[in-house]
Design a protein around this ligand. Sequence first.
Ligand code: ADP
Length: 211
Amino acid sequence: MNSHLVVIGAPGSGKGTQAGKLVSERLYNHISTGDLLRAEIKKQTDLGLKVSKIIESGQLVSDDIVMELLLQNCDLKNKAYIFDGFPRNVEQASMLSKQLLKNSPYVAVYFKIDQDLLISRIVNRRSCPNCGEIYNLISKLPSAPDRCDKCGHLGLTHRKDDHKDIVENRLEIFTKNIQPMLDYYQAIGKLSIIDASESEEKTFTSLLKII
Ligand code: ADP
């Protein structure tokens, strides 16, 4: 079995897109805490109702809530995972390793990217509400307007937290938390860094060299 992959990087750095490629081309399972939380909101569970305003405003949900959701949705014994969106701070990095990964082999990959590129990438991001495929109005349009190439669903969505003012909020939180997380993974010898400013294909090639 592959070792697990912990991807860290700013919103818009392409973690979800690259994870999708790894799932289709390698035997990985993608687990995104953002997707898990949005699914709870869609199902209107107690948890979903509790977190929806927090997410719409671009703030982080509490570490314990997200960790619990992750524990409920992972089958570490039988599957190799890409963790996307968790950890988002050094406390979560430590929780992930102590409560979930424990002695399982894993590598952490940092998607390094210029901040300038991010806002444009995020505000132009659209996704399919049916299958989760990600598009971009500038760099990756669907073949037919507003229709998902992968599953045919009509009506791509723009996440509420992908609007400019909220994105700036999210980037600020990211900038505050990233260095301690990198230091954490560096200190335990698990950190790799890739250049995520490149095209999807080049970034994928860099990623394949690491796993
Ligand atoms: P992005 O990586 O583009 O910021 P995500 O889909 O990963 O988007 O996350 C969307 C939102 O979900 C975050 O802004 C935050 O409110 C919440 N969230 C996701 N993962 C976590 C986490 N590990 N800890 C706290 N909040 C989280």
